[in-house]
Structures are given as C-alpha cells and as structure tokens.
Write a protein that binds this ligand. Structure first.
Ligand code: TYD
Ligand code: MG
Length: 449
C-alpha cells in the first residue's frame, strides 16, 4: 500500500504529485521527481500565500499603465539603478543594481558567494542577513577583505518574519540587502523543516515581496545542491528578476559570474574574478589570457573562446594512450561529454587514428567549462598531437615557416569540415595580439600534412 507520508516533488519546478512519473507533467523535465516525506514538504502553501498577498498589498486595486507615471512619480524608463562599485559585477548586471529587484545568487558551496557579496556590501553599504554565519565570522571576513565595517549592518536571523518586521521599522534605510542563504531561512507562515521546498519557496516569495515593497535590491544566496537534491536554486529561477551563477573549479582560483536570466539587462555577459588571499579580484580583459608563452607542447592546442563579449585564450590538453580496458576510457574535463565523444569519433574517421583502442583524456586550463563549439578544432588538434607524440607546428606562411605559435579555432562537422564561428575577427585579433597565429584550414585532414 502507498505510504501517505511521502509525496513526489519535481526538482525543477517544485510541483507536487502523489505518484512517481518519469516526466514531470507540469514542466516537462525528465527524471526530476524525487520522493520526499510530507514533513520535509509542508502543505500549507496556497492558503498562506493568499494571506500574504492580502497583507502586503492591502485591498486589490487595478492600475492603468497610462497612469503609472503620475501614480508613482517615476519615469518608466528611469527605474533607479546604481553601481555595484565592482566593474565586473556591473558588467554582468547590465546597468547596475536595479532598485527593488530580487537577484538570486547561486553557486556551489565554497565557491565564494559570501565573499563576493561581502565585498559588494563593503563597497556600497547595506544590510547583511546572516542565517549561516555569526556576526563575528562575518566581521572576520570583513577584516580579512580590508573593508569598512561601518558599511555593514548584520542581522543575525533565520526568520523571514523577523526580517520583514525589521525592514518595516527601518524603511528607506537600505538600498541593498544580502540574504545568506535562502536554504536556512524559514517562516512561521508555512510548515516544513528549514531547507524544505515549502520553506524555500515561501521565503523567496516573501523576499521578492519585500524587495518591491521597500524598494531594496535583495541578493538571495542559493547553494546549488548536488545532482538529485531537491530544494536548490532551480526552484526559484522563475520567481526572481535576475539569476546569477557563480562558477569555477574549486581547486582553481578563477571564478566566473554568469547571468542565466535578467529582466533588466543582457544575459550574455560574464564577470571574471580570481580568488585570492584578500578576496575576489577582478580580472580585466587584458589579463584574461590564461596561456604562458613558450613553445608548443605535445598534446597541447591553444584556442580562443568567447566569455560573454570578450575573447579568452585557453589551452586544451589531450592525453591519448593505448588502452588495456575492454571499453577505452573517455574522460573530459571542461568540455561537454557528448561533444567530446563526437570529436573523438571524427578524429578516428577523418584523421584515421584508431581511437577505439586508446584511452582519451581531455582537460581545459584554468578549470573553465567550454560551452561553445569553437574549441572543437583545438580539441581535435590536441588529440592528434598526443597521438603522434609531436608538438603542433607553427603554420606555414608563403615565405617559409612562421615563428608564431599556432591557435586553433573552429567548429568541426561530422565530415571533418572546419566551420568559421561567430566573432571570428575578435578571436583572431586576440590571438594575433598575443603574438600567435590562427591556423586556417577547411578540413581537419589539413592536420595530417
Ligand atoms: P565563501 O565565500 O565562504 O563561499 P560560499 O559562500 O560560496 O560557500 O568562500 C569560501 C572559500 O573562499 C574558502 O575556501 C576560503 C576562500 N577565501 C579566499 O581564498 N580568500 C578570501 O579572502 C576569502 C574571504 C575566502
Ligand atoms: Mg557562504
């Protein structure tokens, strides 16, 4: 008999079902339903949310858009925005922080979310709602980062209700508030334990209401939970105005701030930072090149990828060795697994490398994840170099051999044709500027000569 105490929750959209399905009938995601106990879930969502809407907005009222200007005394195109004081952060947000907006700031535990948001508050001053750490711990971080303690008001609470009371009393004092993190906030208005789906959704809903009501930009920290865990930031993406992801390889020190949703600005910009002893340092375009100059190494190929609107030179390394396993290994770090498989297959067919009996390992420097096909050719070239046990040679020029080290840019088709990619000129300029030369080829077979 079915246990009434458990229920199935979609990890993607948060909808609840009484029985398991392979595909969520609400959002269409596959394999996203997880069994949870009713205690973890809470059940008073709808009733309470109606209550809150009434409380926050008073009586229901309809506003005609034409009157909005007079009503609020603000020009629509002029909703207040202000600078973060950190130019890489501004770049990602577009115009800066939008007054009264709710920003989800997501990332894996330990990646540096609290560090960057502490730096943000240090620059412009604001409220830091500390649910995870004590005021002392934050004080230590502020000191370590060399920030001005006067800029920090720390509210140590896990209660959304307390926070709302506090903001009610301190109206118009703060321009920004950081809530660190959503996973430890809860409200008496709903059931479910801290960190449960119902508490997280209720807390986020209330924070968004507060952002609008008090005109405070609220940065909501959300830990990206392990694959398969429910109650991660994904649940909240559709509710907030802006979703930022802070990413990077934990062992490396490079961090990338990416927008995955932005109601007020671009979604294709990224901010680049380096985690250092004294916090996150902005990396300017000129510094973004991750390559040490030197000679070509066996199994290494250089490419230029676009991070937002900026070109970035990267090294791809390949290790191709004879396999003694029944199924040769394919281990790819920094490139998509399926894309890697495809390039391995193309290498076998177009370059004639018998990869079916070789293990292939690929990695990308700096812990960067490449999400575009422009690096295909470099991956292929690195595989070729490792297999042949020869470094890639500088491209030939009319007058003889060129001294510039080679750079490989291009998407590779199933037939081995090399296609030009977007922002070609920008990438080429970056490579040339750093004393290298882009190898032009129409087909990957050109590597054989
Ligand atoms: P943190 O911001 O606490 O991560 P999150 O809030 O995303 O969980 O960052 C934690 C890591 O950053 C920790 O391993 C120490 C490191 N760190 C530095 O290297 N330099 C610094 O100045 C700070 C504050 C942290
Ligand atoms: Mg933290």
């Amino acid at each position: 008999m079915k246990n009434k105490e458990t229920i199935f929750v979609c990890n993607n959209c948060g909808n609840e079902f009484s029985k398991w399905m392979g595909q969520c009938s609400s959002c269409g995601e596959w394999n996203s339903l997880k069994e949870v106990s009713a205690k973890f879930l809470g059940n008073s969502k709808t009733k309470n949310q109606t209550k809150i809407i009434n409380r926050v907005e008073g009586k229901l009222e309809v506003k005609n858009l034409a009157n909005l200007h007079q009503d609020f005394g603000v020009a629509m195109e002029n909703v207040g925005t202000f600078s973060t004081g950190i130019s890489e952060f501004n770049r990602v947000l577009g115009k800066g922080i939008v007054q009264g907006s709710a920003v989800l700031f997501a990332g894996e535990p330990g990646i540096g979310k609290s560090t960057l948001l502490t730096q943000l508050v240090g620059k412009i001053g604001g409220l830091y709602v500390a649910g995870e750490e004590s005021a002392e711990q934050i004080g230590l971080r502020v000191k370590r980062l060399g920030l001005n303690p006067n800029n920090f008001d720390i509210l140590g609470t896990n209660s959304i209700d307390e926070l709302e009371d506090f903001l009610n009393r301190t109206q118009n004092v703060y321009k920004i508030a950081v809530v660190d993190s959503i996973q430890v906030m809860s409200s008496e208005n709903t059931s479910g334990v801290i960190g449960s789906v119902s508490q997280i959704k209720e807390s986020a809903f209330r924070l968004i209401q507060m952002a609008k009501k008090f005109g405070i930009a609220i940065f909501i920290v959300g830990h990206v939970t392990k694959d398969g865990d429910i109650a991660g930031p994904k649940l909240l993406e559709h509710m907030v105005d802006t979703v930022l992801y802070f990413e990077g390889e934990k062992n490396g020190d490079l961090r990338i701030l990416r927008t995955s949703k932005n109601r007020f600005g671009p979604t294709d910009e990224v901010g680049v930072f380096k985690m250092e002893e004294k916090g996150l340092r902005e990396i300017k375009s000129e510094e973004i090149n991750l390559i040490e100059n030197g000679e070509s190494k066996i199994g290494s190929a250089i490419t230029v990828v676009m991070e937002g609107t900026r070109p970035m030179m990267l090294e791809i390394q390949a290790l191709v060795i004879e396999s003694f396993a029944p199924m040769p290994k394919r281990i790819f770090a920094g490139i998509d697994y399926n894309r890697g498989q495809l390039i391995t297959a193309i290498a076998q067919k177009s370059l004639g490398i018998p990869l079916y009996k070789y293990d292939v390992f690929i990695s990308v420097t700096g812990g960067i994840k490449i999400e575009e096909t422009a690096a295909d050719l470099a991956v292929l070239a690195a595989i070729w170099s490792s297999y042949k046990n020869l470094p890639l040679t500088p491209p030939l020029t009319k007058g003889g051999e060129s001294k510039s080290l080679p750079v490989y840019i291009g998407e590779v088709s199933l037939l081995g044709e090399v296609k030009k990619v977007r922002n070609w000129e920008k990438r080429q300029k970056e490579a040339t500027g750093l004393g290298r030369k882009v190898v032009e080829m129409k087909n990957v077979r050109a590597l054989l000569h």
